[in-house]
Design a protein around this ligand. Structure first.
Ligand SMILES: Nc1ncnc2c1ncn2[C@@H]1O[C@H](COP(=O)(O)OP(=O)(O)OP(=O)(O)O)[C@@H](O)[C@H]1O
Ligand SMILES: [Mg+2]
Length: 159
């Protein structure tokens, strides 16, 4: 099951992220695919903001440590993993990859998921971001199985 969104601004992309974050549950894995500047971190800001119920956090790409962990009382932890800088999949174990993507305590969100596509869980929410012209981004969200349908089904929308 798949939905496509046309985002016309960073605010649109963050709003879509908030919609996804409201539905985030422990054990989820969201894998983001998209070129440099396509809006992955912008989307994740929205996800983290609503997943943590608006608790103040600053979301930036985890440039030095590859993984940022966001927590708020009584909310699932969010593990934000950015694979841009990994040189090969042999580095995955060193960043705690298996623990994060199979965690039952939190949800993992992965930037540059194409760098570890063979190491993703069997089931994940696939988010593809495409830079169209200017500020337009095409964002395609695919639920590979029933587990992730809640991210692509809308209130009042008959799927
Ligand atoms: N519709 C849009 N959605 C998201 N970002 C947009 C949009 N229009 C313009 N932008 C701009 O594009 C840039 C997106 O940056 P962002 O860091 O989110 O991308 P990214 O995919 O995480 O890049 P990287 O691969 O470097 O991590 C920002 O400067 C943002 O202001
Ligand atoms: Mg980024």
């Amino acid at each position: 099951m798949r939905k496509k969104f046309l985002s016309a601004s960073p605010a649109d992309t963050t709003a879509l992220g908030r919609f996804l974050g409201m539905r985030l549950e422990r054990g989820d894995c969201l894998a983001l695919f998209g070129e440099l500047g396509s809006g992955k971190t912008t989307l994740i800001k929205g996800v983290v903001d609503s997943a943590l119920s608006g608790a103040p956090v600053e979301v930036t790409s985890p440039t030095f440590c590859l993984v940022n962990v966001y927590t708020a009382t009584a909310r699932p932890a969010v593990y934000h993993i950015d694979l841009y800088r990994i040189k090969g999949v042999s580095e995955l174990s060193g960043i705690g990859w298996d623990e994060y993507v199979t965690s039952r305590e939190g949800a993992s969100i992965i930037e540059w998921a194409d760098k570890a596509v063979d190491f993703l869980p069997e089931d994940y929410l696939k988010i593809e971001l495409e830079h169209l012209e200017k500020d337009f981004r095409l964002i395609t969200i695919s639920a590979l199985t029933k587990k992730y349908r809640r991210f692509v089904v809308f209130p009042g929308h008959q799927a």
